[in-house]
Write a protein that binds this ligand. Sequence first.
Ligand SMILES: [Zn+2]
Length: 248
Amino acid sequence: MNTGYDTRLGRSLTIEQYKDEYGPKLDSSGKTRARPSVFCLACQGVLHTVGEDSLTSAAVWAHDPDPHVSCPVKDTGSARYELLAPMTPDNGAAQELRERFFANWPTHWGHIRKIANYADINTLIGFLGHADSTNFWAHKGLQAWHIPYIFLATCDFPPPTGVAGTRRKNWLRFRFDARVRTLEDLWIRVLPNLTFLCLYYRKPRTGEPTPAHFIDMEAIALDSTFLTRTFAPPHTYATRAMAKAFKL
Ligand SMILES: [Zn+2]
């Protein structure tokens, strides 16, 4: 990956920035320099530099081997979160939550598009159909503001097609940090300082990105108050598609 997180500075560094900050690998006597550790935002694992002194290939950060740490960045698409039906559904709350979502869907969609630029309305329509068929709305403790994040973490965001394809070339995937093992952890465990991550991948020539296409990631602050804010209204195309799919 291109950047690693420096807890001293509280920000992500490229290898060039790391060298500027802490010096090159070897000191003036040619010995290995003691430099502070840099961490992976997704799993908090320690990273090391690869190809730092290579003149031919770009230097990147890689995980130190650790059998106890499983990192979302190293997962393939198949290990993503699943929308499971609730074990003890709260059907009364479900109906209210679903109605509130559909009454406010443009706000949810505005928030989603701030995080995943050029997301496709058909991805949301597919997600909502899946949510209905798994009785997703009936999870006890699930709150309206969780929904965009669950949508982002369970769906895939290839670069847009057509003209917009020049505006976002990377494939986006979203993850919670490694403490969230299942989506239910989000509303059951309510983890403090939860990190939500946007992972960037190069678009493969065919098929879906693998860990080999991973470029970098960025932490995104979870916002539980976005429903009180105003966003640009959805495009007419999105409004029509939602109305047709859900008889709004
Ligand atoms: Zn990691």
